[in-house]
Design a protein around this ligand. Structure first.
Ligand code: FHN
Length: 431
């Protein structure tokens, strides 16, 4: 029993050591981390040739499609409805401050004009245009930061060898050169970080496919930081952060929680946090997935994330014609109405002095603590003492002063019934 516990620990230590040892973030990087934490809300975009099949981004693996057959897909990919202006406008109107799009997902297909392969959008599709460049240009114009999701894992490249846990039915040959694959990946990252202007972050994913491989993270992370010191590195390896990483992400869970099984081995570190979530149950476009989360649920997710001192990265999986599905656009518009009115209690804040409770969370900025009541259990709320003298408590909505009593046990506030908002009742505590 003891031995099996020891090996993973040793492995984790070895892997962490192989990241960017002795990494000290540059001043630009520290500034970018602050920007990131202030920004709070981003749009995640999973888009690729897999959208044609309307069965999510794992379709190649899940339907056991081999490479030869999968290669037929690009010729059907002609997203004439793709309008980056529209995407950026939708993100902005929702109150999102950055966009993280898949440059390459696990199928290895490059959504930009890569000179290192013809397995890319400009060489293989009738559309021929570099959708990443189009989005980068529009984001720059509109003051939205562009970040790139980049899959470590690759079901297409023969040099991704030996194969990992997934993509084993893609029909790759029995042989390949792992370090040549890593050179190829670094080369593609160099393209993305050289030719597309400022990139806010590289969001890695897929390390978990081959946890024990030598990913040569030191080289990759150093390359990124040398090309763009302010570019933040995050890696969805579902483990505690490795040296060289600048933020920690949590998939479909808030920091410290593991309701979906991705964060079992994940320790919460001290880097900025980001939690990502889907609007239905799928990342890539899924025709049949109608499990849409409600506007209320998603706003509450954003608020809870902020209370956990975390960003919220909300995903859309555009359709093969390039449009974001109307159901998502509607919900994002409704979220935007909320962020427009209440964004002040989210953007630029940090997790508040009271840790998350069953009734809600707190955020804080300057001398104000925002109490977000997401689940009003009672009209009398007892906020645990956080060691600061309260000057007054008001309702964010109306500025109405509330009756309260502060003593050694905490702050008891009495809430007017008519002030209760099903989505979020916000109190402002001035200290
Ligand atoms: O396998 C991917 C999945 O397709 C998606 O990209 C999510 C996003 O967090 N991450 C991976 C699973 O951990």
């Amino acid at each position: 029993m003891k031995r099996t516990r020891f090996i993973p620990l040793l492995l984790i230590i070895t892997l962490a050591a192989s990241a960017q040892p002795g990494y000290t973030p540059s001043p630009e990087n520290i500034k970018a981390r602050e920007w990131f934490q202030d920004a709070k809300f981003g749009m995640f975009i999973h888009w690729g040739i897999y959208s044609i099949l309307g069965d999510g981004e794992w379709v190649m693996n899940n339907q056991r499609i081999d490479k030869e057959t999968y290669q037929k897909l690009p010729s059907f990919f002609n997203p004439l409805g793709y309008d980056p202006k529209e995407w950026v406008a939708v993100a902005k109107a929702a109150g999102m401050k950055y966009i993280t799009i898949t440059s390459k997902h696990h199928d290895g297909f490059a959504m930009w004009d890569s000179k290192l392969t013809d397995w890319d959008i400009t060489d293989r599709t009738p559309y021929k245009k570099d959708v990443i460049r189009m989005l980068a240009d529009e984001c720059r114009k509109e003051g939205i930061k562009l970040c790139l999701y980049h899959s470590h894992l690759d079901w297409y490249q023969d040099d991704y060898y030996p194969p990992g846990r997934t993509g084993t039915t893609s029909g790759r040959p029995e042989g390949g050169n792992w370090y040549r694959y890593l050179d190829y990946m670094d080369g593609q990252l160099r393209e993305l970080l050289t030719n597309y202007g400022e990139i806010g972050a590289i969001w890695f994913d897929g390390h978990w496919d081959k946890k024990d491989a030598d990913w040569r993270l030191d080289k990759t992370y150093s390359l990124i930081h040398s090309l763009q010191p302010a570019c933040l590195i995050g890696n969805n390896h579902h483990l505690a952060p490795f040296p060289g990483e600048d933020f920690q992400m949590f998939e479909k869970d808030l920091p410290g929680h593991n309701t979906t099984g991705f964060s079992g081995d994940q320790e919460v570190g001290d880097l900025p946090f980001e939690t990502c979530e889907t609007m239905n149950n799928s990342w890539g476009f899924n025709l049949q997935d109608k499990n849409y989360k409600s506007t209320k649920d998603l706003i509450q997710y954003l608020v809870r994330a902020a209370g956990y001192n975390s960003n919220f990265l909300l995903n859309v999986g555009p359709m093969p014609d390039g449009r974001i599905q109307p159901e998502f656009i509607k919900t994002l518009g409704e979220i935007g109405k909320w962020t427009e009115k209440y964004g002040e209690t989210i953007y630029g804040t940090r997790g508040g002095p009271v840790p998350p409770k069953s009734w809600g969370v707190t955020t804080a900025k300057g001398n104000r603590v925002f109490v977000h009541i997401l689940n009003a259990e009672d009209l009398n709320l007892l906020i645990p003492d956080f060691g600061r003298k309260v000057k007054n408590i008001t309702l964010f909505d109306t500025g109405t002063k509330l009756k309260y009593k502060q003593d050694a046990f905490g702050i008891a506030v009495s809430l007017p019934k008519e002030a209760i908002d099903e989505t979020d009742t916000i109190l402002v505590i001035e200290i």
